[in-house]
Design a protein around this ligand. Sequence first.
Ligand code: BDR
Ligand code: CA
Length: 324
Amino acid sequence: MRPRGASRSLSDVTTRKIIIDTDPGQDDAIAILLALASPELEVLGITCVAGNVPLPLTTRNALLLCELADRGDVPVFAGCARPMIRPLVTAEEVHGKTGLDGPEWDEPRLALQQAHAVDWMIDTLLGASDGEVTICPIGPLTNVALALVREPRIVPKIAQIVTMGGGYFVGGNVTPAAEFNVYVDPHAADIVYRSGVPIVTMPLDVTHRALMSHEWITQLAAIGTEVGRKAAQMLAFYERFDMERYGSKGGPVHDPATIAFLLEPGLYGGKDVHVAVETASPLTMGMTVVDYWGRGGEDPNCRWMTEVDADGFFDLMLERLALL
Ligand code: BDR
Ligand code: CA
């Protein structure tokens, strides 16, 4: 494992406040665990949305993950049960029936918060200082878009939106043109990309450049904790679909790229570009149209990542998950 953060002690770090908006999902699970393991991040709450599986399962899964990390103090909220305009599309073929297939899970003992995720997000942001909170959406963008529409005064409160979604150079993973999170709610993604909030995007272009190896999953299991075992079981189940689809030796693990970027931005490289979302064409619905070469004349609205230090990313996850 490569030495990292040598001059920085984990007990002496300034924390960054984040909200994770999610549809767990095994890769969401790793993102959540990575955040909960990292003292640089204060997870104010986890807001759930329908996506990989329907909302009752994404909320259940978020509670299970807080329980696994022994973090009953992190509030979990249920958000939108369907996209803004289109019918919900789910991805059980990738994630299994529960969304977290792989390990055996009991039902969660932790309970959901009463408030709706969008209400809580708005209240939390209105109570924050300007630029105090970062939002990490790692599922369809329905909750975040709804919050932005309902209460535009939250815009200056958000330091950044660091999101996983979209694809340009590698195309889509649901249709030839569209990536899952944007495809499921393209109208929400359109609102977010037009919001004026600084955005960092981890698209398929970057997540496909860091593929899991069998050895790495074995190392995860060898941590010897419940978190290590369950993470390894989840990822072994999860990667089977992509290995078959792409004929590769390992699959991408998309969502933790957002948290890894917050922890170690130097792991990633990208470019400031303008991104527009297709919301009309049946052929390219949900496509992220990236003006990579500045042909459209619009100002950049996001940093689009394309490069990653893959070894550094896998080392970071291993190192942090071992802390739980
Ligand atoms: C994204 O779609 C979901 O299936 C994953 O959890 C990830 O957020 C990858 O396209
Ligand atoms: Ca996800």
